[in-house]
Design a protein around this ligand. Structure first.
Ligand code: FE2
Length: 303
């Protein structure tokens, strides 16, 4: 017969999981598919993507600990016009930490580079590709876009670059950032504009480097997880509109106003990367389980 008290006693003798030292952790915020338009314009005549991004940035700045950096994995703007990138730059200005950029299929590399000319990692020509550090993490950013196409591609040149970068930082915990996810999502219409070339070769490269802790992507406007090359691959939700959950080869890509969110990747001082989902919106604050009517005191402003 089941004895709850015996179960409780058994549970208490097990050693608790170690709580990592918060001060030693690295935090990387991952926002994607912002689809910012020129001021005053709405996506689909309905979605104020700039207001959504402002709300996401407010939520990020209200986190108990500020991330060490932010990475944006493409579709930064809607049509690739300079006015959209200038608007995006103004919207990102409140972020005090480094912001790492990567294009998606809605972006224009030239316009992105001209407006964000102070971002040396964007380079001056060809694919965007860079390797940089975020606290104890190594962030390797890889451009999957092909100008004029919605679908993504990884050519031999990009894969060779990736392999060399991963060899050069052997032993460091790595996050690979890219726009198109390197796995099929099950949403037929999105998969037809997914990473249509180079996904298997990419997985082979990742499989050779066990220090890759995560592959982080955008493009599909839904949270998803899979495994690629022996590691976890995740798609972050959009800060704006989402793609409806319709599954199957014939599934259409439909947009929906599900709650916006972003990912917060946390590398503790010991142990693997952990990914948190941060929904963006007013959910009434945080309350004590012991005194459920008591709201948490607001965080003390940093001095
Ligand atoms: Fe997008």
């Amino acid at each position: 017969m089941d004895d709850p008290e015996a179960r409780r006693r058994t549970a208490t003798v097990e050693a608790p999981l170690p709580v990592p030292d918060a001060a030693m952790a690295t935090l990387l915020a991952h926002l994607t598919d912002l689809h910012v338009l020129a001021p005053g314009q709405l996506a689909f005549d309905r979605v104020d993507t700039a207001a959504h991004l402002r709300a996401a940035i407010d939520a990020l700045l209200a986190l108990p600990e500020l991330p060490d950096a932010v990475v944006l994995t493409g579709d930064l703007v809607e049509t690739g016009q300079p006015a959209e990138y200038e608007h995006l730059a103004r919207l990102l200005a409140p972020l005090p930490m480094p912001v790492h950029l990567l294009p998606g299929n809605h972006d224009d590399r030239g316009a992105l580079r001209r407006v964000f000319h102070s971002h040396a990692t964007l380079g001056t020509e060809g694919f965007v590709k860079y390797s940089t550090t975020v606290g104890a993490l190594r962030l390797v950013a890889l451009d999957t876009t092909e100008p004029g196409r919605s679908a993504g591609r990884l050519c031999a040149q990009r894969l060779q670059w990736l392999d060399a970068q991963l060899r050069a930082c052997r032993g460091e915990p790595v996050v690979i950032a890219m726009h198109h996810p390197p796995f099929a999502t099950g949403i037929g219409e999105m998969d037809r504009i997914g990473l249509v070339e180079g996904a298997a070769a990419f997985a082979s490269v990742v499989a050779r480097h066990s220090h890759v802790q995560r592959i982080i992507c955008g493009h599909v406007h839904r949270t998803m997880y899979s495994t690629v090359g022996g590691t976890v691959a995740s798609i972050a939700p959009s800060t704006a509109h989402h793609v409806a959950l319709r599954l199957g080869q014939d599934a259409p890509a439909l947009w929906t106003l599900e709650p916006p969110a972003f990912h917060l990747h946390r590398l503790p001082d010991q142990g693997p990367l952990v990914t948190h989902v941060v929904p963006v919106g007013d959910f009434g604050g945080a309350r004590s389980f012991d005194a459920p009517h008591a709201l948490e005191a607001p965080a003390k402003a940093a001095t």
